[in-house]
Design a protein around this ligand. Sequence first.
Ligand code: HPA
Length: 269
Amino acid sequence: MLERIKSTVSFIQDKTNFHPEVGIILGTGLGGLVKEIKIEHSLDYDNIPDFPVSTVEGHHGRLIFGELGGKKIVAMQGRFHFYEGYPLEMVTFPVRILKFLGIKTLFVSNASGGVNPDYEIGDLMIQNDHINLIPNPLIGKHIPEFGARFPDMSEPYDKILIEKAKKITEKNNIKVQVGCYVATTGPTFETPKEYQYFRIVGGDTVGMSTVPEVIVARQMGIPCFAISIITDLGVPGKIVQVTHEEVQKVAAKAETKMTLIMKELISQL
Ligand code: HPA
């Protein structure tokens, strides 16, 4: 694994000679951020040795290197999910690559279903915790170069970044929630009782991504910031049929707000 990572990283460095300090996973809602990046290089996933290739509609596959908010960034346009059938080691392989390319902070976005009855469709939620119900991506042989065998998870999301993001939303009059994201495998959306269960155990939203990447990043000591768009509600009385298309449609509407928060936050690093 370590050898594969090192050879993929040296391939990327040979191609780009670029040293990013910030990593971004452009999940749902952050597609528009690409337009804000002064792109210097981009590499298609299928041209990068050992990189997985995305299979989900609405997720492209390339690594973008450039400048955003005055910082050198690398952005993953297209991410990988457990429900696509990849082992978690593959889902999180790109995060290892970003670390070995030199990133010091990781930014992530996603779409999720709100289970907190105070939430509304279209709200943004800054993640301050998560509950992982996907198998843990660190199960398997321990590689000491990555970090601890039993990594601390007392601060999965960086408190300073959360405070800064809250100030940015206040200043720009953007409504924002702060809460706990429950990660589930998908690909089914939840039954009414499953939504209720996720609420009872302490969740505010539920989604199918982000947490494997954050766990791997935290093992390697990278501070993380994640933001979620509430695209549907798993709240009794408000549950309606959910489709991937509807999720994408609601997320697209929140794109401008999400882009502003991320760009501003990155410029304040
Ligand atoms: N459940 C799980 N994942 C999701 C949802 C949901 O309701 N909405 C968007 N992603």
